[in-house]
Design a protein around this ligand. Structure first.
Ligand code: CA
Length: 504
């Protein structure tokens, strides 16, 4: 126990030492979560476009390992790694082999090094688990179609996929029969009713959890049994039960891109989290109406849906497009949007490059372009994914933003650090009270209470709070932002956020 304490102490000292590397607005402190705490600030990484460590133009696992200090220094203590298994496409959501690392990204030893370094730094590493479908070049599908061809009815692989003699909805033609393939013809859907397939999935989860990863992000949950939420829920229960037999503390977050009623049902499976699709819209609506209504309603709704589990709000990801684009590419909105996200309970998710305001919309590859480490693109820069049609960068590179204490990057860092300091922010219940144009959000968790003043307007606002407060910490969207309290009166620049405390 002492040893562990010393270890935790040493990593938090390391955290502080790192914190002084970049230019901060204030002396915010990053507070380490306990090792078993699953409420984290997550950072989603598309490995191919993140950091190229060996100069072949393709981001790799060693590049991620190399940048772990950067990630942790920003106050992220969880990573969602998009698929890294051997696959057919550039995005790797079509797995050929669930036990191999794709050669483009490195080796199994590289993966082990990444896992171990994450552990040393108290970063939770979760992997994408893509089990709705495989690649058509997965051994299982090759064996199944071979058996079909040879009229071999004894092959167990025939039962791994859904075959039919008739054209059914969501099925593709293959010689003289059909197979289910909802996403693309080269991504056949697995038959998740098959006991053999379930055994394979158990083995895959056990293999990676035993290597030391902290959990999974489940791809395409609503497509497990298309149009059948009850069966999806049952299958999610199976996943949750089996994964937690191996590591009771592993963290699982599901991608259920659907309505809140359906997500509410899926939480009954016991899965820790489902992504908060729609968070971006509610944040944008609140900014557009310059009032708390949409935001407060959504915050409470997320909590209700999660029903004691962990909410997982986010603004943008590799499918939806980037946060900066959603927030109109206006620097102050991009910052304030993340500030609002960081005040929501649960595990928040940011997408690599969002911290420098990268943009990308239209075809998928545009949303997954190379991380801009330096302006000259000489440091770790990754070639654009095939099919990219636009590679515009609106804001400065990482290096430039690190040196600017009022950059988007340093705003993200400050927001993450403040979030890390209060369990009440990460886990608490909400109470919103509007005082004229200023909203006071009080979050409580066990004995901890934190009071947050938010100005949803783009302009300066002031209000009478009815009693005296001090300003503890502020999140400023620009150099000129100010939050001042005199007597009972608070005056806040547009889009500012402040942690305040009552004067007793
Ligand atoms: Ca490389």
């Amino acid at each position: 126990m002492m040893k562990k304490l010393k270890y935790l102490l040493s990593i938090s000292i390391l955290g502080l030492a790192l914190a002084s590397c970049t230019n901060n607005q204030n002396n915010y402190k990053y507070i380490e979560p306990s090792e078993i705490d699953n409420y984290r600030n997550y950072y989603e990484i598309f490995v191919r476009s993140f950091y190229d460590s060996d100069g072949d133009g393709i981001g790799d696992l060693n590049g991620v390992t190399k940048k772990l200090d950067y990630i942790k220094d920003l106050g992220f203590d969880g990573i969602w790694l998009m698929p890294v298994n051997k696959a057919g496409s550039y995005h790797k959501y079509d797995v050929k082999d669930y036990y191999e690392i794709d050669k483009e990204y490195g080796t199994l030893d590289d993966m082990k090094a990444l896992i171990n370094t994450c552990k040393e730094k108290n970063i939770k590493l979760i992997m994408d688990l893509v089990i709705n479908h495989t690649s058509d070049l997965n051994k299982w599908f090759i064996e199944a179609t071979k058996a079909k061809y040879n009229n071999d009815t004894t092959s167990k692989y025939l039962n791994y996929y859904n075959f039919s003699d008739k054209q059914l909805d969501g099925y593709k033609k293959y010689t003289d029969y059909y197979y289910e393939a909802r996403f693309a013809s080269d991504m056949p859907d697995l038959n998740l009713d098959s006991e053999d397939v379930r055994k394979e999935i158990k083995d895959i989860m056990a293999y990676w959890l035993n290597l030391g990863i902290s959990g999974f992000r489940l791809d395409a949950v609503t497509s497990y049994y298309t149009g059948n939420p009850d069966k999806n829920k049952d299958f999610l229960s199976f996943i949750n039960t089996e994964a937690k037999k191996i590591n009771p503390n592993c963290y699982i977050v599901g991608e259920a891109w659907t309505n809140t009623a359906e997500i509410s049902k899926y939480y009954e499976s016991g899965i820790d989290s489902f992504f908060g699709f729609g968070t971006d819209e509610e944040i944008v609506f609140s900014m557009n109406t310059e009032s708390s209504g949409y935001y407060s309603g959504w915050a409470n709704k997320l909590k209700t849906i999660a029903n004691g589990h962990i909410e997982a709000p986010f603004i943008g990801n590799h499918d939806t497009g980037r946060a900066a684009g959603i927030l109109a590419m206006k620097e102050e909105k991009v910052k304030f949007g993340y500030g609002l996200l960081s005040l929501l309970s649960g595990s928040t998710f940011a997408y690599y490059g969002d911290e420098i305001g990268m943009i990308g919309s239209g075809v998928d590859p545009n949303k997954r372009i190379g991380m801009l480490w330096t302006e000259d693109k000489l440091d770790g820069y990754c070639a654009n994914p095939p099919g990219t049609t636009s590679t515009e960068y609106v804001f400065a590179d990482v290096k430039t933003q690190q040196a600017d204490q009022y950059s988007i990057l340093n705003y993200y860092k400050n927001a993450n650090y403040i979030r890390s300091s209060y369990d009440a922010i990460k886990k608490g219940d909400y109470k919103f009270v509007d005082h004229d144009s200023i909203t006071i959000l009080t979050k409580t968790y066990n004995d901890e209470k934190v009071i947050i003043a938010i100005n949803f307007s783009k302009d300066e606002q002031s209000a009478d709070l009815g009693s005296k407060y001090n300003v503890k910490e502020t999140l400023k969207v620009s150099k000129d932002s100010k939050v001042k309290i005199s007597g009972n009166n608070i005056k806040m620049s547009g889009y500012s956020i402040a942690i305040i405390e009552e004067v007793k």
